[in-house]
Design a protein around this ligand. Structure first.
Ligand SMILES: Cc1ncc(COP(=O)(O)O)c(C=O)c1O
Length: 382
């Protein structure tokens, strides 16, 4: 019997990986499951993107290894995208690193900057990968609270009172998942000042800025941000391309070169047609986002009705691809989610998987048709 590596001792299988097995088994047994659990866009990518992908398949060299830093055209498309949508100027040769989705970037950044025993500030609630990767590299997760009273934003004054001498990275994620908080310019400016004062690398994970949000923002716009901040971004949600595995990391040349040392030893470039397709997506105009958001808004209206029928109270002013709602008093998120799954065959995500501050919440995904959300409402009302 070969024992697993010690680094896996604290790491569990990703919640959705195991829970979706249960959900699939129920579906295979004939249960009509309505999936409001996971944020995997069900809508198609822009048609132009599919054409660009297909055309690129027959390009000379399309099937060879590609540059480690992505093609020059894809990096230029990313630079144009950051300029057009966030008013952030990036040097496509030095300040942009294409990634296979932002999730892989979380691992690469952690491997590139963290030593065993270093501390990492992680939001509670937050995307579970920040914690598991921190454990994988032998660093220590130090959770900071996000809560409704603080508008789901970090209390940097409180944090500054703590011993931060071992903290090397702080993960932030605005627009926030799972809470739907938007973040704002002054938060980003305060974060940059905090990073400088405590010599911490801040990484903003920014995959949701175009979903139900009229005012997309990048932390890189804050003055002096590039020196101390990295930003992850992704085409998964913005362009319905989650299965393509394509995203990007932006920041200073020095920090990106550090990440590149890890990445060049992990993969050998991304398939050329994916990069060509992604570049064409990034060059679409804002009409693409408006058309998607009309659909998401209709769905959100229905999910809010569903939440009401379940006596759940959604947070106000949320943006992004989910609805984060408080469950009725006296119930646990795990029990409530299992009850919805077993009794009504409706799958939702329990807030505790994002951390202890999510224990009284559930997360509804907007990646389901209006018709299915309507059917879910009918099941409850019945
Ligand atoms: C906060 C957050 N970061 C990163 C990701 C991963 O995105 P990608 O598909 O770009 O790897 C997700 C996906 O659900 C997410 O919610």
């Amino acid at each position: 019997m070969i024992a697993q590596a010690n680094r896996l001792n604290q790491v569990k299988e990703y919640y959705f990986s195991s829970k979706l097995r249960e959900v699939r088994a129920m579906a295979a047994a004939g249960k009509d499951i309505i999936n409001l659990g996971i944020g995997s866009p069900d809508l198609p990518p822009p048609p132009q993107v599919i054409s660009a992908l297909n055309e690129a398949l027959v390009n000379n060299g399309a099937h060879q290894y590609q540059p480690y830093k992505g093609t020059a055209d894809f990096r230029e498309a990313i630079a144009e995208f950051y300029q057009n949508h966030y008013q952030v100027q990036l040097d496509p040769d030095k300040e942009i690193l294409p990634l296979m989705g932002s999730k892989e970037g979380i691992t690469h950044i952690s491997m590139a900057f963290l030593n065993e025993g270093d501390e990492v500030l992680i939001p509670n609630p937050g995307y579970p990968t920040y914690s598991s990767v921190t454990e994988l590299v032998g660093a220590k997760a130090v959770y900071y609270d996000l809560n409704a009273e603080g508008n789901w934003m970090p209390n940097l004054k409180d944090l500054a009172q703590k011993d931060l001498s071992k903290v090397k990275i702080m993960w932030v994620n605005y627009p926030n998942m799972p809470t739907g908080a938007s973040g704002n310019d002054s938060l980003f400016e305060e974060l940059v000042a905090f990073a400088k004062a405590h010599e911490i690398l801040i990484v903003n994970d920014n995959p949701y800025s175009f979903i139900l949000n009229d005012n997309p923002k990048s932390i890189l716009k804050a003055k002096g941000a590039k020196e101390v901040v990295l930003e992850l971004n992704s085409l998964s949600k913005s362009f319905n391309m989650a299965g393509w595995r394509i995203g990007m990391l932006c920041g200073s040349e020095k920090n990106l070169n550090t990440v590149l040392k890890v990445k060049t030893n992990m993969d050998s470039g991304m398939f050329y047609p994916l990069q060509a397709g992604a570049a064409s997506a990034l060059r679409l105009n804002g009409n693409w986002f408006s058309s998607q958001n009309e659909i998401y808004q209709q769905r959100k209206n229905k999910v809010l009705e569903l939440a009401k029928a379940l006596d759940c109270v959604p947070e106000k002013d949320q943006i992004g691809m989910f609805v984060w709602a408080k469950i009725p008093q006296g119930k646990t998120a795990e029990g409530f989610v299992d009850f919805l799954l077993n009794k009504y065959h409706i799958f939702t995500a329990p807030g505790f998987i994002f951390g202890s501050n999510g224990e009284d919440y559930i997360r509804f995904s907007l990646c389901a048709t209006e018709e299915n959300i309507e059917r879910a409402i009918k099941r409850i009302e019945k």
